[in-house]
Write a protein that binds this ligand. Sequence first.
Ligand code: IPM
Ligand code: MG
Length: 352
Amino acid sequence: MTKKICVLPGDGIGPEITAEAVKVLKALDLGLEMEEGLLGGGAVDATGNPYPEATQKLAQAADAVLLGAVGGPKWDSLPREQRPERGLLGIRKQLNLFANLRPAILYPELANASTLKPEVVAGLDILIVRELTGDIYFGQPRGIEMRDGERFGFNTMHYTESEIRRIGRVAFEAARKRNKKVCSVDKMNVLETTQLWRDVMNELAPEYPDVELTHMLVDNAAMQLVKAPKQFDVMVTGNMFGDILSDEASMLTGSIGMLPSASLDANNKGLYEPSHGSAPDIAGKGVANPLATILSAAMMLRYTFNLEEAAAKVENAVKKVLAQGYRTGDIYEPGTTKVGTQEMGNAVLAAL
Ligand code: IPM
Ligand code: MG
């Protein structure tokens, strides 16, 4: 099998953090081929398109995509079609990356980095499975137009049962490899789309008798995540609720700078990116935390290339540098060693 990786550093801190992940991948000597492309604001500046034709070709031909982050204030006032975020949504949709896996794991060394009490988060290990190519994010019709003499904004939330079923299966299968619990999150007390979501999840459950399925309304889920997060194993939800809950879950672990993600199609082709954004405020300063991107590269080795051993090796190297006391600014606390982006990458290399 060829192992072609399309590398899209993107904007803000994107280039700095992807450089460290690329360094780690190269050091593993796995015969990976890497080629870089443009996505996001930089792509708009160069071509007028946040997801240019050349990048589309590269991404479609690759087995996996490694992405830094996109966006920044510089592009916030552009028309919607040219906004960097559109590039990200475009690549997710075009490559049919419907299954977004966002693990939230608390490393014991970082228990004090969380804003929650250590006893609430110690040992936390949640996997959020977010549907990524449907829902109100992509639903038509949408827009802002004049109606009855005033501006009227509208979006459409919808899911087909097959879309719900395929993401449901991803969640059940993932739970089988973990603690065998799936919590499906919806808003069925108000929204029909999510009543269907709950019905389809219930219909799937008999196929997975070894997995316990529960349901939770999204507002309660948001509360339970900060109240008693350890009750969760796998959470599965739609695109918009998943966007919000995964940011919330990330903070349980102390820093969004630690959280990787994988977005997979039906054949495990994937796009791998940190869960955090482009952090324009610290871009170019060499202080960003590259660990989420390095951990995303580990997910790539596991899910797309089936290289479990190499994936575990990278994850263990990350654990080791944390145990050694290396911290970027976002996870720094007195008594540890503050390092920059490159030094952190080098420490992971040394630990490999
Ligand atoms: C994420 C981000 C994106 C999303 C934005 C940048 C479009 O918040 O990956 O969670 O909403 O999906
Ligand atoms: Mg988000």
